[in-house]
Design a protein around this ligand. Structure first.
Ligand code: PLP
Length: 478
């Protein structure tokens, strides 16, 4: 047979799209994903095959002449559809050693919050409806009672995240006016949140006082003028200035603000709702302490140390919160019913301080005992050694976990990691290391660790489902 004749024969042997869609092998796929999706995958695969025939690809030719073409095509179509339907946002196993990891979605929600999200997602709910009065209600009301109880604030409002909270406070209390802030507090928090930029976006005028390491009350006092709209303090979440330093206490600043009739806003960042020392963790200024020290408003995140959903909370004086809620920007920054449902249940857990550390995943991970993590390491080690025997040495290594997301930046928690050190010829270690890390990230539930000193480290602090990790080890392909 001449080449054109072979081509002709091969083309003829290809089934039509219609015949493929009638194949019994594809019926389950069609009933799950629909005719349109499967048809489009079938068309793609057939047209690729035709192209391969034209370009004379040997592999295709032999496949086509074997006679079991239909099942083979159905299988390809199925794979293609499944791949295409897969969501890109998926759960991962965070073994980076950073507990509140912004890139990995920060806090994992407590079970009660997850259930609450599910129920308001499924049915209509009284998001902005007062059931007693039978008329329009206020969405903030669902969390206001709990937040005021837990923080001593008079009132609260909830927005999309803490960056939005700061923006809204500035834009409401100091539009076109000066905001006095210490130079040492002009922080950048992960990429896109910089205090000077937020000020500009809020249409406020930055009036920085003092120096990077030292700011005195007289610096603030000297800057107050007719144009001043607000005094602001920002928690320097992700760094600490040490050595010859001086900053002004909140109570001094409060007194100054009060003397001049100006409001004082404190951006706490993480904003813990309880004294973390009770859990053996380093102290982080709580929202209650900050308000008690004289802050008029406090802003903080819902998904950092608080351990709930992404949200920004503005708590403090009732008259100021009322003005903030009346700002049209609030409408653009408000949260939805899913967030409020999760936040409400998360906050409710704080009413029981004795059990919070076991019920709130973020605090469970942060307070997990080093011995308990080491024991997990002992359980996992043999299976990792076994799986990676040909290419790497696996051992247990002591390491330090970080709290993350700018909370308590300098405090590290003792932990244990699986340390995977590839055995490769000199100069090739790095490549093998990268490949190994990628292979773990490509598992059905991706596993994310960190690279350190020629090792892939899996810090086990945040691992509480060892089975999911172990059961997929067999699927690891390098
Ligand atoms: C994290 C942080 C923010 C930003 O909070 P998001 O919830 O990420 O928007 C703002 N200020 C401080 C001090 C922070 O630590």
């Amino acid at each position: 047979m001449s080449a054109p004749e072979i081509h002709q024969q091969l083309f003829r042997s290809l089934p039509s799209v219609d015949r493929l869609l009638r194949a019994s092998d594809l019926q389950a796929l069609i009933s799950t994903y629909g005719q349109k999706v499967v048809k489009s995958a079938a068309q793609d695969i057939l047209s690729r095959l035709r192209q391969d025939i034209r370009s004379g690809e040997g592999k295709v030719t032999s496949e086509l002449t074997r006679g079991d073409l239909l099942p083979a095509l159905c299988q390809q179509i199925e794979q293609s559809v499944l791949l295409d339907q897969r969501q890109t946002l998926v759960p991962v196993i965070n073994l980076t050693g950073t507990v509140i990891h912004t890139n990995l979605g920060r806090a994992r929600l407590p079970e009660a919050a997850i259930k609450a999200v599910e129920s308001v997602a499924r049915l209509a709910c009284n998001l902005e409806y007062d059931l007693d009065a039978g008329q329009r209600g206020d969405r903030d009301s669902h969390v206001e009672r709990l937040i005021t109880e837990l923080t001593g604030a008079e009132a609260v409002t909830v927005v999309n995240n803490n960056a939005a909270a700061v923006l809204l406070v500035l834009n409401t209390l100091a539009p076109g006016r000066e905001v006095i802030i210490s130079r040492g507090e002009l922080v950048e928090i992960g990429g896109s949140f910089r205090i000077p930029d937020i000020m500009r976006s809020a249409n406020s005028i930055l009036r920085e006082v003092g120096t990077t390491n030292r700011t005195h009350l007289s610096d603030y006092a000297g800057a107050v003028c007719d144009a001043t709209g607000l005094l602001m303090q920002v928690h320097t979440s992700n760094y600490e200035i040490r050595g010859f330093t001086s900053s002004v206490s909140q109570s001094d600043l409060f007194q100054l603000a009060k003397d001049h009739g100006l409001p004082l806003a404190v951006d706490l960042g993480s904003g813990s709702l309880m004294d973390l020392r009770k859990l053996g963790l380093p102290h982080e200024m709580t929202v209650r302490e900050t308000l008690a020290a004289g802050a008029d408003l406090v802003t903080f995140s819902g998904d950092k140390l608080l351990g709930g959903p992404q949200a920004g909370l503005i708590a403090g004086r009732r008259d100021l919160v009322k003005r903030i809620k009346a700002n049209p920007l609030k409408r653009a920054l408000r949260v939805d019913k899913l967030t409020l449902a999760a936040l409400g249940e998360t906050l409710a857990l704080y009413r029981d301080p004795d059990r919070i550390a076991s019920h709130l995943p973020i605090l469970r991970a942060l307070t997990r005992h080093a011995d308990d993590i080491a024991a997990a390491g002992q359980r996992l080690l043999p299976q990792f050694q076994n799986k990676l025997a040909d290419i790497a040495d696996v051992s247990l290594a002591e390491c330090k976990s970080q709290i993350g997301s700018g909370s308590l930046p300098l405090d590290l928690l003792p932990s244990t990691a699986l340390a995977i050190r590839p055995r490769a010829a000199k100069g090739q270690t790095d490549e093998l290391l990268q490949r190994l890390a990628l292979a773990f990230r490509r598992l059905p539930t991706p596993v994310v660790g960190r690279l350190n000193d020629g090792c892939l480290l899996f810090d086990l602090r945040c691992l509480d489902d060892e089975d999911t990790l172990l059961n997929q080890l067999s699927a690891l392909t390098l």
